[in-house]
Design a binder for this molecule. Sequence first.
Ligand code: ATP
Length: 260
Amino acid sequence: MSTAARIDDLSFAHQGADLRALERVSLVIPTGENIALLGPSGAGKTTLLALLDGRLQGWRGRVSVLGAPLDPDHPPPRAIRPETGFVFQEFALVERSTVLRNVLNGRLGRMSPLRALLGSPTKHDLEIARTALADCGIADLADRRVDSLSGGQRQRVAIARCLAQEPRLILADEPVSNLDPTRAGEILSLLTGAARARGATALFSSHQPDLARRFAQRIIGIRGGRIVFDVPTSELSEDATAELYRDAEPMPGLGLRAVS
Ligand SMILES: Nc1ncnc2c1ncn2[C@@H]1O[C@H](COP(=O)(O)OP(=O)(O)OP(=O)(O)O)[C@@H](O)[C@H]1O
């Protein structure tokens, strides 16, 4: 079994924080799986995803992503960064730019530094961007400005940008938290389906146990920076889910049901 990420005894505290955001976390993420990271607010989900994306330094332990060890003190070199794609909760799109331009931004790490600087995509870059738009069902929005789109459409653009990057590991931080249940299901279906079709691994965080159950093969529960369970979805009990959210503040507009 090849692994997309391996974490051994990882601990991390944000600068100035009294408590560690991650405490002695060990995990193996096999290649090609869709995995959900479930846990209440402040559990450490975003921190873990950002760390795997090479955006946090100053941690202790051992972490390797796609076969390369991460350096606890330095960001990964530019050459390997495109291999990991990140879908942000708040989309992180260029609002005044077109959908196509935003999706092409996903190609920047694959371009020569000069092309990236000039913002000058090749024919191949354009083909890949248009395929990603089509796969995300937004080919007809290519020339629209992002600031004219709905939340669901923006999330599709963010996913298309990530797919255009051709990542082998997709990290998604609460990619559906701003969407109604129907849209949320559509977007997670799109994200996990696109990852599977490309042989990529997807790790997404969620506050919603029912969505995690529908779209992940495996569910990792995290609370207070520690892994509290790590099981195939079919083996996740209602009790374990309820315990994960014990005393947690309910999210606005969200029933924290243990199962769908
Ligand atoms: N930049 C930061 N500086 C200091 N502390 C931080 C910072 N970012 C996160 N934390 C703290 O680290 C812990 C884990 O936060 P994190 O954002 O990873 O949790 P989360 O599970 O993603 O929460 P949510 O579901 O609300 O997004 C929390 O106690 C949080 O307050």
